[in-house]
Design a protein around this ligand. Structure first.
Ligand code: SOE
Length: 399
């Protein structure tokens, strides 16, 4: 189904050269990833030019509209047909978690590179199968990456540089919260994110997966065990389409609304995590702080162009947290953007994600986070659920 978007420059590239991208899914994440594919080669000098070959979704009219809106050359209604296209070399999986494994494995087996939205899967077993497929594909020169986009925030990448460069010394604490409030209202409908069979888990997989990945990425080490509490505050909700009708049929919420857990990192540093969709007033509040024996670093997604840094080796009289404005050309990703002081936003993380994936494919290197990294996060999430079932019993994370 060719669309009017065939007139777009991205579409013309799809016919000629570059790296043909096919995307499955066109909701929030599909739109965000589209921004990434559309913009990456217009900002960064890429060794391969992503060409937005085709987008896929089940509803023919809706997917056609999405193709036109986001600049995809063609629309497909069957993901198998998308994978089979000769002009698609990379498949980007932006569907709910229950189809990640099937689509990603089929794409890898068909010889395609794969970018898959987080969390990698809905279970450890699925994530293991995906990581095994990625290992087999790697031997054939294919690449696979998980979409933990927040790693691509320049300030987060700068914080990682500083931790790796020893600026905070020996790590003692990581403290992370990721808070939203979109289901505080008990009459908010039972959307797919609130059903275990589709989403795998609730705030834990959706928000907790991000902060587990970020904590481990920034620390440069993995969690070895966790103690957790989870809760579902509103246990049934109106079925979608019936909300507000007065006679709404209701169904059970089968995922957690909030997850609270502590963890031990391999070095002995301690970590704490809170993921909730019930933090009234917090729309998309992701905060992280790391404390080491030489200093501390703090990040707040609502001020995403900044880092707070305390140098504990400086004389006490003039030390304290200071603001680093992460907009300099030698900060990560910023060499290609605006002059200092002109900040970036949420959507840029998807541009950087596309850039990094394309660069790894062109260089023949392994992009990060890999499917192995996604599997390990899945193991942490499973350990959190096990621990919560046992009312916070310390639960090791399998290596
Ligand atoms: C919904 O809670 C959501 O869209 C997550 O799924 C995303 O990963 C996060 O970036 C924003 O919130």
């Amino acid at each position: 189904m060719e669309s009017p978007a065939a007139q777009h420059p991205e579409a013309r590239q799809a016919e000629t050269q570059g790296l043909g991208v096919g995307m499955v899914g066109y909701a929030f994440m599909g739109a965000a990833h589209s921004q990434g594919w559309r913009t990456a080669a217009r900002v960064f000098d890429l060794p391969l030019r992503p060409a937005m070959a085709a987008i896929c979704g089940r509803d023919p009219d809706a997917v056609r509209a999405a193709a036109d809106k986001h600049g995809w050359a063609a629309a497909e209604t069957d993901w198998r047909a998308l994978i089979a296209r000769d002009d698609v070399q990379l498949v980007d999986v932006c569907t709910p978690g229950d189809s990640h494994a099937e689509i990603a494995i089929a794409a890898l087996e068909a010889g395609k590179h794969v970018l898959c939205e987080k969390p990698l899967a809905n279970s450890v077993a699925e994530a293991e199968a995906m990581a095994a497929a990625a290992r087999r594909a790697r031997a054939r020169g294919q690449r696979a990456m998980v979409g933990f986009n927040y790693r691509r925030t320049p300030a987060i990448a700068q914080a990682r540089r500083m931790v790796a460069g020893g600026r905070i010394g020996v790590l003692r604490h990581v403290r992370v919260t990721y808070l939203q409030d979109w289901i505080v209202d008990p009459e908010f409908p039972l959307v797919w994110r609130l059903r275990r069979e589709q989403a795998g888990s609730g705030a834990l997989g959706d928000l907790g997966a991000h902060i587990v990945d970020l904590a481990q990425y920034l620390a440069g080490e993995r969690l070895v065990g966790v103690s957790a509490l989870t809760e579902t505050f509103v246990r049934d909700r109106p079925l979608p389409g019936t909300a507000g009708s007065g006679t709404a049929a209701r169904g059970p919420v089968t995922v957690d609304d909030a997850a609270l857990f502590t963890g031990r990192l391999a070095s002995g540093a301690l970590a704490s995590f809170e993921a909730s969709r019930f933090a009234a007033g917090r729309k998309n509040s992701l905060r992280i702080e790391l404390n080491g024996d030489h200093g501390s670093l703090a990040f707040d997604l609502e001020r995403l162009n900044e880092l707070s840094f305390h140098d504990h080796t400086a004389p006490a009289a003039d030390s304290g947290f200071r603001r680093i404005l992460v907009t300099e050309p030698d900060h990560p990703y910023l060499e290609a953007w605006w002059p200092p002081g002109h900040g970036l936003g949420y959507d840029h993380t998807f541009v950087h994600q596309a850039r990094d994936m394309v660069a790894a494919i062109a260089a023949g290197t392994d992009p990060e986070p890999s499917f192995e990294d996604g599997l390990q996060v899945q193991r942490v999430l499973a350990a959190v659920e096990d621990s919560a079932e046992k009312n916070c019993v310390y639960t090791p994370v399998p290596a």
